[in-house]
Design a protein. Structure first.
Length: 220
């Protein structure tokens, strides 16, 4: 896939109050992907797009989750431990910066740039299926993995979750959504986004809506 600039970028470096640090730039994203690629087998690290979705899924939980609990899922989808000799500090430092950036934006209900990338033509046309044809698939799969691993948000009312989750999970294969009749029905009512920029807008909107759901859940 083509990296590193996210589609629909609105980067400005700082929020209006000037207090926010500059977001991770293209070189940071490329460096982070290289560090993820260096995680030794048989571990299966997330790529940067899935990582970004995963972090958003962590951030929107009703109760904050300590990094010690979620970091191991960054370097392995099953949460297996890194080998003793592997220095994960540079990787963890970049991940922590991105998590803080997302937490700040989502906490303020502000725009953020999801790390969703245009697919190369040979990848997009390789075969049918969301995983190969939808640039948002990896990001949403990461978000879904976070909710599966840390399901606190899913304790909210189904009616409150269905709309925003449909905006996200429309990018997954329907066969992956088990026991989700209401969600699938909602997805069926949605018009497809007109382009990738519109799809990215929906990812942000859905994430912020889920943050509202989490806040209401935490206030109970």
């Amino acid at each position: 896939m083509t990296r590193p600039r996210p589609t629909g970028s609105r980067r400005g470096g700082h929020t209006r109050d000037g207090a926010a640090p500059a977001p991770l730039g293209d070189r940071d994203i490329a460096a982070l992907q290289a560090l993820l690629d260096a995680v030794p087998k048989p571990l299966e690290p997330l790529d940067v797009s899935a990582l970004d979705g995963f972090l958003c899924g962590v951030v929107v939980q009703p109760t904050a989750i300590a990094p010690a609990r979620w970091l191991r899922f960054v370097t392995d989808a099953d949460g297996r431990a890194l080998p003793a000799g592997f220095d994960a500090r540079p990787l963890h430092a970049l991940v922590a910066r991105r998590e803080a950036e997302l937490r700040r934006a989502i906490g303020r209900r502000e725009w953020f740039d999801p790390w969703v990338f245009e697919l190369d033509d040979d990848v997009a046309g390789a075969a049918p299926g969301a995983a190969l044809s939808d640039p948002a698939y990896a990001w949403v799969a990461g978000f879904a993995a976070a909710l599966e691993t840390f399901p606190g948000l899913l304790a909210a009312d189904e009616d409150a979750l269905t709309g925003p989750l449909a905006l996200l999970y429309r990018h997954l294969d329907a066969d992956d959504l088990e026991d989700a009749d209401a969600l699938l029905a909602e997805i069926e009512t949605l018009e497809p986004p007109v382009d990738l920029a519109a799809a990215v807008e929906e990812l942000v909107r859905a994430t912020l809506l889920l943050a509202d759901v989490a806040a209401a859940l935490d206030a109970r």
